[in-house]
Write a protein that binds this ligand. Structure first.
Ligand SMILES: Cc1cc2nc3c(=O)[nH]c(=O)nc-3n(C[C@H](O)[C@H](O)[C@H](O)COP(=O)(O)OP(=O)(O)OC[C@H]3O[C@@H](n4cnc5c(N)ncnc54)[C@H](O)[C@@H]3O)c2cc1C
Length: 293
């Protein structure tokens, strides 16, 4: 199995920032994956998986770990009855396309989540009232200690959260769907995508929502907008003029620019509303957000 050194992770994140991985590999079967997990354990090297990098902020200095990108059989889809089996590396769009072609509904909520199945399980991705926990039957997870199937409850799936830790890789999932007319699925997806495009900067380099919505009458986006942050820029990163809970790469952005924007946003939300915003984006590598004082 080929293990590369110094692969720039900016190529694998939708924001387009992040430094090199100490080691990088693309397993295409569970056997290859197990071999790599064993190799990393022997080397005493941490393991992290990237999906489509659509919720990922990677340290500019890089990541001292074996970074995995799943492909081949680990990104394939099969359908039996009303159950869709998908590899952890499968893009949501591919799984949704296959579900629609088979006349299976229930995964439409994922149409605007530009990630993979594994990334969706990691943070229980969701939109429009649906989320992964509602359709997941079980999840196969591989780790150096061994592999096994887990229910969503066993993985602790809750609002934008699972208990998964780096080193545990989502290899495959089973989604329980229900019969639905493909034309109806198509119409719903079109409507959801239209709503999404009207509200969010879908044609820019972003990593989705920066902060989770706080327990407050205002969403994180509305709160940051009220703080006057729309369009605020540091280096090559800018708080989206369209939606204040998004950060755009306006050209040449670095992760440190995005982090500086996040720190400023948290400071202002705390000052104006007494709210401590918690980030939704996953941080990879040695990254710390400054504490609020
Ligand atoms: C324009 C835009 C809109 C978005 N809208 C939404 C939305 O409506 N709802 C929503 O929930 N999210 C949204 N997101 C965020 C993002 O798409 C989701 O969080 C998605 O589930 C991330 O998947 P990914 O494959 O890109 O994961 P990555 O960003 O690559 O990784 C995210 C985390 O998952 C882990 N991970 C990835 N794959 C695996 C695996 N196979 N095994 C174990 N761990 C893994 C990574 O290590 C990392 O910690 C949006 C993002 C963008 C850019």
């Amino acid at each position: 199995m080929k293990i590369e050194e110094g692969v720039e992770l900016a190529r694998y994140t939708t924001l387009g920032t992040g430094g090199p991985a100490r080691a990088f590999a693309r397993p295409e079967s569970e056997g290859e994956l197990e071999g790599l997990l064993g190799w990393a354990a022997e080397q005493g090297l941490a393991v992290a998986t990237v999906g489509l990098g659509s919720n990922l902020l990677v340290a500019d200095a890089g990541v001292d770990a074996l970074v995995l990108k799943l492909g081949g059989r680990l990104a394939a889809v099969a359908i039996g009855g009303q159950v869709l089996r998908a590899g952890g590396g499968t893009p949501n769009a591919v799984a949704l396309h296959r579900a629609r072609a088979a006349g299976l509904g229930g995964f439409e909520f994922a149409c605007a989540i530009p990630g993979t199945i594994g990334g969706g399980v990691w943070m229980n991705g969701g939109a429009y009232g649906g989320d992964f926990s509602k359709v997941l039957e079980r999840v196969r997870v591989a780790a150096a200690e061994g592999s096994g199937w887990f229910t969503p409850a066993e993985l602790g799936l809750s609002y934008r959260h699972s208990d998964l830790q780096h080193g545990r890789v989502v290899v495959e999932v089973e989604l329980r769907l229900r019969r639905r007319d493909p034309g109806e699925i198509k119409a719903e997806v079109r409507e959801l995508n239209t709503r999404r495009k009207a509200a969010q900067p879908t044609n820019r380099r972003t990593f989705g929502s920066v902060f989770k919505n706080p327990e407050h009458e205002l969403s994180a986006g509305r709160m940051l907008e009220a703080c006057g942050l729309k369009g605020y820029r540091i280096g090559g990163a800018q708080i989206s003029p369209k939606h204040a809970n998004f950060i755009e790469n306006r050209g040449g952005a670095r992760t440190e620019d995005a982090l500086a924007l996040m720190a400023e946003a948290r400071r202002r939300a705390r000052e104006a509303y007494g709210v401590e915003l918690r980030h939704e984006v996953e941080l990879l590598g040695t990254i710390e957000l400054p504490a609020l004082r």
